[in-house]
Design a protein around this ligand. Structure first.
Ligand SMILES: *Cc1c(COP(=O)(O)O)cnc(C)c1O
Length: 494
């Protein structure tokens, strides 16, 4: 029977043994897939401690603001605050170096919700609404404009549509000639091969809109989705500071948001072995005092049975919703109304059971295996294609746990769940894929991937982008030259 028919919910009940058979079958399939799951930023090594099981018998909800107890008493807000405090210290929003107070919450979604919240709050702040720190509304001449690079996650674009914030492409043309991309407003704000935004172009765009009287919302990346690369946030904000000026109650000029979905979880542990919470002034440091909001997705790095996110911001800029429904007895200041309390318990349990020492070990483990993966794929590609023209391994950005290389055949992609992306390299769009090294990834899995990649049929035309910018003929001729010494292993990867 077709699987969808088997799963159909019908009038009569499905017997317990039938249900169990269907589910255990499916679980076995997933477990097989998990062994070679290399291509997405989610850690499949989920450690759900038995001490948490009793909580699954409750509908544990954090309703409304996590800093107010509210009337819904079956909640986990004290654990939420403990987890937030950890992330606030890790991400520079709290600690001995700062006087700033933070606000935030654990989201019901991943970083998508953090990005939505950030743009929502940025829009209202820059439109002159009263905020925590500045009680009075102020009149603003122009709506804000969103500036972010081509490496920015798609959820930021979605968030901009949801909350009605214009991108620089939308309002630029009416204001004058585009200061970057040879005057073309329809080109994206570019990045280098490590996905770091071009700082001169960013500066020119910000200058253009500030001169025209438009407040700007900057979304900067710490750990871009495909490369794990980051913008040089510390350097950028130091350079932009004179241009941005100062936000005051009457003058709302800018909003700085950092999307740290993956890297904010662990990069502090790579920076400083002895004190991950101490802020440096390196160019790629993301914990600059001008950062007004930040989001990160703990589930991606730490592993969790569900998506979950952290949103943090400087409290004095908070607009959010000041509504205080009598019904819940606390401020309704979150995007998601009811938030899963078990997320807070789960994160608290993981973080306290690992401690800083365990988190540091996790970081080192990922980093060492990513090094291994990068150098092994580099030497394989060098062997297969000594000219380096066709098989490319992209440089691994600092603090990235991701290795990017020329996309192989569809069968290899399927087997290892590899995500793909088209990347412009030497003026040509090339289809690349990536391996994301997280704690479920073993050296055996990497070696199995290498074995598949060394196969003569691993690189065929099907994985290449169907784009006229790509020179398909050169790939075809290269394929003809591939050594076929591994042809005896042909079945091994299909
Ligand atoms: C994954 C990701 C997001 C969105 O996270 P979700 O959990 O899918 O909501 C946002 N930004 C970046 C950079 C990401 O990698």
């Amino acid at each position: 029977m077709d699987i969808q028919q088997q799963l159909a919910i019908k009038e009569s009940r499905l017997g317990a043994s039938e249900r169990e058979a269907i589910l255990s079958n499916y679980f076995a399939t997933l477990n097989r897939q998990k062994k070679s799951f290399l291509g997405y930023q989610t850690n499949q090594q989920v450690e759900f401690s038995p001490v948490l099981l009793p909580f699954l018998s409750l509908n544990l909800l954090n309703l409304g603001d996590g800093f107010e107890e509210g009337s819904y008493r079956i909640n986990a807000k004290q654990f939420e605050r403990a987890v937030l405090e950890y992330y606030a210290q890790l991400c520079g929003f709290s600690g001995p170096h700062t006087q700033r107070r933070y606000w935030g919450y654990l989201t019901a979604m991943g970083s998508t919700e953090g990005n939505i919240y950030a743009l929502w709050n940025a829009r209202d702040f820059l439109c002159g609404h009263p905020v925590e720190g500045y009680a009075d509304a102020t009149v603003v001449r122009h709506p804000p404009v969103l500036i972010c690079s081509v490496a920015t996650h798609y959820s930021v674009y979605k968030a901009s549509q949801l909350v009605g914030v214009n991108l620089f492409h939308d309002i630029g043309p009416a204001l004058g000639e585009c200061p970057i991309n040879q005057g073309n407003w329809h080109q994206p704000l570019g990045v280098d091969e490590r996905d770091a935004v071009n700082i001169d172009d960013l500066y020119a765009l910000v200058e253009f809109f500030m001169t025209a009287g438009y407040p700007v919302i900057l979304v900067l990346n710490h750990g871009a989705t495909f490369s794990g690369g980051s913008d040089a946030i510390y350097e950028i904000l130091n350079r932009l500071k004179p241009l941005l000026g100062r936000n005051t109650p009457q003058q709302r000029r800018y909003w700085i948001h950092v999307d740290g979905a993956l890297a904010a979880n662990f990069s502090p542990y790579l920076r400083s072995a002895s004190e991950p919470f101490s802020v440096t002034d390196e160019p790629y440091e993301f914990r600059h005092p001008e950062v007004m909001s930040l989001c990160t997705s703990p589930y991606k790095w730490l592993g969790a049975p569900w998506a979950c996110g952290v949103y943090l911001m400087q409290e004095r800029y908070k607009v959010g919703s000041a509504a205080r429904p009598v019904y819940i007895g606390s401020r309704d200041s979150t995007v998601s109304g009811s938030r899963q309390g078990v997320f807070a318990l789960y994160l608290w349990e993981r973080l306290t059971s690992l401690g800083k020492v365990g988190l540091q070990q996790l970081t080192r483990f990922n980093d060492t295996l990513a090094d291994y993966t990068q150098s092994r794929i580099e030497s394989l590609f060098h062997h297969l294609d000594p000219t380096g023209k066709h098989l490319i391994v992209m440089p691994r950005p600092q603090y990235s746990n991701i290795v990017r290389f020329t996309a192989p055949d569809a069968a290899v992609i399927r087997k290892f769940s590899l995500a793909q992306n088209d990347v412009m390299i030497h003026g040509k769009l090339q289809r690349m894929c990536h391996v994301v090294v997280l704690s479920h990834v073993t050296q055996e899995a990497i070696d199995a991937l290498l074995d598949s990649l060394s196969h003569s049929r691993a690189f065929s035309l099907s994985a290449q982008p169907k784009n006229p910018l790509t020179d398909l003929s050169s790939i075809r001729s290269f394929y003809g030259e591939l050594p076929d010494s591994h042809s005896s292993k042909e079945e091994s990867f299909i």
